[in-house]
Design a binder for this molecule. Structure first.
Ligand code: PLP
Length: 406
């Protein structure tokens, strides 16, 4: 008799966006004449950079000729892309990362979700609260948690972010093996300093733990003192894996290209105490289950590093950051406190009331959709997330509407 993986039954229905959608539809039914502005979206709105589009077109043309056509590519990604990533994203910033430590994929969502497969079932896992949900759900599916009770899964160490710690969690009180961190953070927009990140690296080294560092929003860091990569921190090569994506950097959310960095110094133990290379393990997993990103997409991603590509990519980041600055200014002028929006596309607003009540207030009175913080974890209660991924005109209009009702 065929049985299911019952860990799936522990998962909570993806309540957040379904519930937002339900309330928005109801509001539109009740107020068909009112136009809604969505300020909750985590997706980019600007078109791909021209340099990427040109490279994309040229690569498609290559695929049209027998002598330039390409079939299966290397599972880990083409050398042209891995080399430019290693040189421009890492070596140029003093981080010692080589091309063969980079694994190109079709998304940081898949990579952050799949990576847990290479670790033992029994590892103890520390996950931030509030959090991007993929880290938690994939560990639930793998059976590393107990049941969901009172807003929390048994068996997980929650790294709490709050007003007091500025959404940079303290080191866990009990020893943990696998630690998820994400900076610039989704959903809070918080950024981490080299000193703060250094403490996590020291913790991981002292406890034989491993950090999974999600840097999907690194392109929004404009302050050169902040780390764009965990590998800018001394000693991190032995205790960290990093996830990057072209989604928010160059607008590839619909085009799909990302990469994971697994340094060769990163080792973990088997039950008999032997050390094993995580680069080898991830290479084995990746080449068994993944057949590389399409050639034109990898050429388009490579073009984001050309002089034109860099300039055009930066223009997009600047555009969203201008939105973020406006949101922070306006929210602060309304007497609300917020974090994020600087070096980050997300603004995390302390709404001083229930997240969902504030969501309803903004929807019903201002016609503005936000994301209730409670949907990202227990510690998100009392906050909402506003996103800078939008047209500037929409942001201006949304902030004006909110100002008029508060
Ligand atoms: N990591 C974080 C923190 C995100 O917010 C997102 C997307 O919103 C992703 C990863 C997914 O990135 P990708 O589009 O590369 O799958």
């Amino acid at each position: 008799m065929i049985h299911i993986n019952e860990n799936y039954l522990k998962l909570q229905a993806s309540y957040l966006f379904a519930e937002i959608g339900r309330r928005v539809i109801q509001h539109q039914k009740d107020n068909p004449e009112k136009e809604i502005i969505k300020m909750g979206i985590g997706d980019v709105t600007r078109a791909l950079p021209a340099a990427c589009i040109q490279a994309f077109h040229d690569a498609v043309d290559e695929m049209a000729q027998d002598d330039t056509f390409r079939g299966y590519g290397p599972e880990q990604g083409y050398a042209f892309l891995r080399e430019v990533i290693a040189s421009k994203d890492f070596q140029k910033r003093g981080a010692d990362i080589q091309a063969d430590e980079i694994f190109v994929s079709d998304g940081a969502k898949c990579d952050t979700g799949n990576i847990q497969e290479i670790f033992a079932q029994e590892v103890s896992v520390a996950i931030p609260d509030p959090v991007y949900p993929a880290y938690m759900d994939t560990n639930v599916m793998a059976g590393r948690t107990g049941l969901f009770r009172d807003g929390r899964y048994d068996g997980i160490t929650y790294l709490e972010g709050n007003r007091e710690n500025g959404f940079i969690p303290s080191l866990p009180a009990e020893p943990v093996d696998l630690i998820y961190l994400c900076y610039p953070n989704n959903p809070t927009g918080a950024v981490i300093t080299k000193e703060q990140l250094g403490r996590w690296v020291d913790y991981a080294r002292a406890n034989k733990a491993l950090i999974l560092f999600d840097a999907a929003y690194e392109a929004f860091i404009q302050d050169d003192k902040l780390p764009r990569s965990i590998f800018e921190i001394p000693g991190a090569r032995e205790v960290a894996i990093e996830f990057r994506s072209f989604s928010k950097t160059a607008g590839f959310t619909g085009t799909r290209c990302a990469f994971t960095v697994v340094p060769k110094d990163c080792l973990a133990y088997s039950s008999n105490g032997e050390l094993h290379s995580l680069n080898d393990l991830w290479n084995r997993r990746h080449s068994t289950k993944f057949n590389s990103v399409s050639y034109p997409v990898q050429r388009a991603a490579e073009a984001a590093y050309s002089p034109d590509g860099r300039r055009q990519t930066q223009e997009r980041i600047d555009y969203y950051l201008r939105n973020a600055t406006l949101i922070v200014e306006q929210v602060s002028a309304m007497g609300l406190t917020c974090i994020g929006g600087v070096n980050s596309p997300y603004i995390w607003v302390d709404c001083q009331q229930d997240s969902w009540e504030f969501f309803d207030l903004l929807l019903n009175k201002a016609g503005v959709v936000c994301t209730p913080g409670a949907g990202f974890g227990k510690c998100g209660q009392g906050y909402i997330r506003l996103s800078a991924f939008n047209d500037y005109e929409n942001v201006v209009a949304a902030m004006e509407r909110i100002k008029n009702i508060l």
